[in-house]
Design a protein around this ligand. Structure first.
Ligand SMILES: Nc1ncnc2c1ncn2[C@@H]1O[C@H](COP(=O)(O)OP(=O)(O)OP(=O)(O)O)[C@@H](O)[C@H]1O
Ligand SMILES: [Mg+2]
Length: 511
């Protein structure tokens, strides 16, 4: 007898439908699995057999053919266990063939028949919803992850027997309740680091506020112990709230990577990733045999913090050029390529030379000019050009360290950042951009108009600082963000002058 049900496979963060067909015909026991299954899917037969027997159901001992269609797409992972098992039971008249066809079924089976969690459920549900599927049977452990999607009927099961009883109408299951994302936003960001604990460093704090507001990249350069790492660690506390769509984008990637906290189900706070300089290239960019997303994709809509930037291999840093430009990374793997989103704010910090004191006001640098040159040139021109805000973090004074007054709290700064982001959301409501740094050339032209005096200033700067066309664009976008922080519709000369100031370090260090 022939039965059919539906499951989903994954390519990157997009799901594709898979029809699971099982035919059982008379004859001695023989089992064929066709339709480009990978090793994990092939191994599933042993798990399925054991799970069926241990659930006190009958494993058919005839000629079984299992087909996973379409045949030209590789089927990976163990999520096919449950639909194959249920289809086998339908083909051997143990459950209703008609009812089974109504569902998309996903789940790994244990030998005892328990249904185990799968990775990538959220992207699968979103893709399936677009294709018109609306009834799902999923593992109990994944139920919170599924609960933020409305307009679908999702049933979660603990084990194979429960799925069988549900389909046969012997056990009544309620579809899982939809949860509200907005309710989660009221929880304050939990971080041990707050800007109120950072003394002095007003210009670095200001640069980070602009970066958070408009999604711009920052390089902090300065002597040891001035608070660069501390500032970067505190950055998460001023990041703007994520919209539901941004949260879904982030959660999809973390779900595929198997990094999602299933008790929370959706990621509410922007991710902050801090890969060490010894991290391998595939761990940063993604890849490996199953092309999982890497650190830069896990940082999507959040922050990639690279501390001690020159310590990273040049090859690693150069790999960041494409994602910094396009907001995506393409991971090549055998026979196919997968593209993941990788739109992050880069926060980088470094000393200006090997001893750390080049340009310092308080201590003499002991490096030779060649050493300094070599150190600074670990960062290529194209990479520097992609960093919008260059800021010097110098030593603070004794009075600043010992001052009793506490600085502004992160919560206060975050209010301004959220205010500026809301203006941007309005600006880009009919396009795919989230913030100023993502503007395309047409949008930059439209939203970053300058008056005559500002044009003169930027013209002079362009010639004096030998700016590239990209740097020119980036200055306009930063100026737009500074104006947004003030709630100004027009970019004024003061906004532009401040934006230009964050490009001055090229002249001091990389001249
Ligand atoms: N501006 C500051 N306000 C308060 N504490 C500070 C400040 N700067 C540094 N500190 C203290 O010094 C410690 C070291 O600072 P941090 O690690 O941020 O320095 P750094 O600039 O990253 O140095 P390095 O270049 O050596 O990495 C911090 O953990 C903090 O305790
Ligand atoms: Mg540091």
């Amino acid at each position: 007898m022939l039965s059919k049900t539906y499951c989903y496979g994954l390519k990157g963060i997009e799901g594709f439908p898979v029809t699971v067909e099982v035919n059982i015909s008379k004859g001695d026991y023989k089992l064929e699995l066709v339709g480009l299954p990978d090793v994990a899917v092939k191994e599933s037969i042993e798990r399925i057999r054991s799970a069926i027997i241990n659930s006190f159901l009958r494993f058919p001992l005839n000629h079984i053919t299992i087909n996973l269609a379409p045949a030209d797409k590789k089927k990976e992972g163990p999520a096919f266990d449950l639909p194959i098992a249920l289809s086998l039971l339908a083909s051997s008249s143990q459950i209703s063939i008609e009812k089974l066809q109504n569902f998309v079924i996903l789940g790994e089976l244990s030998l005892s028949g328990d249904v185990r969690k799968i990775t990538g459920l959220l992207p699968i549900l979103i893709s399936a919803l677009k294709e018109g599927f609306n009834k799902f049977i999923i593992p109990k452990e994944n139920e919170i992850e599924a609960s933020f999607i409305s307009g679908i009927e999702v049933y979660s099961v603990k084990n194979l027997k429960q799925a069988v009883d549900f389909i046969n109408g012997e056990e009544n299951l309620e579809p899982i309740q939809c949860r509200s994302y907005q309710n989660l936003l009221s929880t304050p960001i939990s971080t041990a680091y707050d800007f109120k604990n950072i003394k002095g460093q007003r210009s670095a704090k200001r640069a980070l506020e602009i970066a958070a507001a408009g999604g711009h990249n920052v390089l902090m350069i300065g002597p040891p112990g001035t608070g660069k790492t501390l500032l970067a660690k505190s950055f998460a506390s001023i990041l703007p709230e994520m919209t539901f769509n941004e949260a879904l984008e982030v959660t999809k990637i973390h779900s595929v990577a198997g990094e999602l906290d299933l008790k929370q189900g959706i990621i509410v706070n922007r991710p902050v990733r801090t890969p060490h300089h010894s991290a391998t290239l595939p761990s940063l960019t993604g890849g490996g045999s199953n092309a999982k997303p890497g650190e830069i994709s896990l940082a999507h809509n959040g922050v990639l913090f690279l501390d001690e930037l020159p310590e990273y291999e040049r090859k690693t840093l150069e790999t960041l050029r494409q994602p910094l430009e396009d907001g995506t990374i393409t991971v090549a793997r055998s026979k196919q390529t997968v593209t993941y989103p990788a739109n992050f704010i880069l926060i980088a910090s470094m000393n200006p030379c090997p001893c750390g004191y080049y340009g310092s006001k308080i201590k003499q640098c002991s490096c030779t000019p060649t050493q300094i040159h070599k150190y600074l040139n670990k960062l290529s021109g194209p990479l520097m050009d992609r960093i919008d805000l260059h800021v010097e973090v110098d030593n603070i004074t004794y009075d600043e360290i010992t001052a009793d007054t506490t600085a502004e709290t992160s919560a206060e700064i975050r209010k301004r950042v959220n205010f500026a982001r809301n203006i941007q959301r309005n600006r880009f409501k009919s396009s795919s951009q989230h913030c100023n740094s993502e503007m395309n050339p047409v949008q930059t032209k439209k939203f970053c108009k300058l008056d005559a005096s500002s044009e003169l200033i930027i013209k002079q700067a362009f010639e004096n600082l030998s700016l590239s066309a990209r740097a020119y664009d980036k200055i306009l976008k930063v100026a737009r963000t500074i104006a947004d922080l003030e709630g100004e519709e027009i970019i004024k000369t003061s906004h532009l002058a401040e934006a230009l100031q964050y490009r001055g370090l090229d002249q001091k260090y990389w001249k």
